[in-house]
Design a protein around this ligand. Structure first.
Ligand code: ASP
Length: 339
């Protein structure tokens, strides 16, 4: 697939400006968050997670197979994952210190470098749709809190009662984190930080264009209006004409490294592959600072990687043949396109 896509892209660029660009083999890669551990969930929960990842891949693939832009595939896949309570995004988001759900999301169109982001919203059913509306229907890139919610209402984006996002499992995670904190541990310690589950998608469409998106509830027990990397363009999400990245993990470290942008920059300037750039930033540099997490990385030549430094990361991909490939744990080999 790598060679075919690269050849096709070459043709597309030669004929740029010509009416009919050659078609590229479309590809979608998703994640449902790093930090997942076997002991954290039951067989039934594992089945539900795999089914949700498969459904997200199918929905995104449908958009790509219909010739729609990469942005549509990203939005479709993330909407499925936001609606599924398994993941820390939309319904099933983690709780803040005050027992609320505050959601962050962003997306980016690689072809135009347009981007949209929202942070700290608590009544928007699908934050990824609001991020997209910010990009498409406002002159801004990022909106937060009440203003973002006013804009959502104006844009007729679906709003829900904050209780919609609540799940018992996340509530119990907060209670555990509060107990650890009361026992004298740091308020974002490793035990708490393990509960990631952010969702993201990167896509390459039949025109050879890339897009990336990310959505999250952030980190359990976050406070003071904390915003992580997920809605920050360049930290949790980035896309160009060559590269698309969505990250998941301990957001503070991704912000400090401008991780998503850093991966794209390495691919562009150092000519690294997604696997090489992902390995350097996610497997070496994030942990060297004390963080952990993962990312999905896609190149315009149709190669992809899913680097992570935790015990597992919900992840999957689907190519032109429409067959979904899904994995969760580190010891499950997921052969990526172009590998
Ligand atoms: N990166 C997210 C944050 O720090 C958390 C996650 O990936 O689950 O908000």
């Amino acid at each position: 697939m790598k060679l075919t896509s690269a050849v096709m892209l070459g043709l597309a660029s030669l004929s740029s400006g010509a009416a009919a660009a050659a078609e590229v083999s479309p590809l979608l890669v998703i994640h449902g968050g790093a930090g997942v551990e076997r002991k954290d969930f039951s067989a039934a929960e594992e089945r539900a997670a795999r089914a949700a990842l498969t459904e997200a891949l199918r929905q995104g693939h449908q958009a790509l197979a219909a010739g729609k832009p990469a942005l549509d595939a990203v939005t479709a896949a993330i909407t499925v994952l936001e609606n599924d309570p398994t993941f820390n995004a939309g319904r099933g988001a983690v709780f803040t210190h005050d027992g609320k759900n505050e959601l962050d999301s962003s997306l980016m169109d690689g072809a135009t470098l347009r981007a949209g982001a929202v942070a700290g919203v608590h009544t928007v059913k699908n934050p990824i749709l609001l991020a997209r509306a910010v990009m498409e229907h406002s002159p801004h890139v990022m909106m937060v809190g009440q203003g973002a919610e006013m804009f959502a209402a104006e844009q007729k984006i679906e709003l829900v009662d904050p209780s919609y996002f609540r799940t018992e499992k996340r509530w119990e995670q907060l209670q555990r984190a509060l107990k650890e904190e009361a026992a004298g541990q740091a308020h974002v310690d490793l035990e708490t930080a393990k509960h990631f589950g952010t969702v993201g998608a990167v896509a390459l469409d039949s025109q050879g264009k890339l897009a990336a998106g990310t959505s999250t509830g952030g980190m359990t027990n976050k406070r003071y209006g904390r915003v992580g990397d997920s809605p920050i363009i360049g930290a949790g999400t980035y896309a160009t004409g060559n590269c698309a990245v969505s990250g998941t993990g301990w957001g503070e470290f991704y912000i400090r490294l401008a991780a998503a942008h850093e991966i794209c920059a390495r691919m562009q300037y150092l000519k690294e592959t997604p696997a090489q750039a992902g390995e350097e930033v996610i497997v070496k540099r994030v942990p060297a600072l004390g963080g952990d997490g993962g990312a999905i990385v896609l190149s315009a030549d149709g190669t992809a990687a899913t680097p992570f430094n935790t015990e597992g990361m919900y992840r999957g991909w689907i190519g032109a043949d429409g067959v979904p490939h899904v994995a969760i744990f580190a010891d499950e080999k997921l052969k990526m396109p172009g590998e």
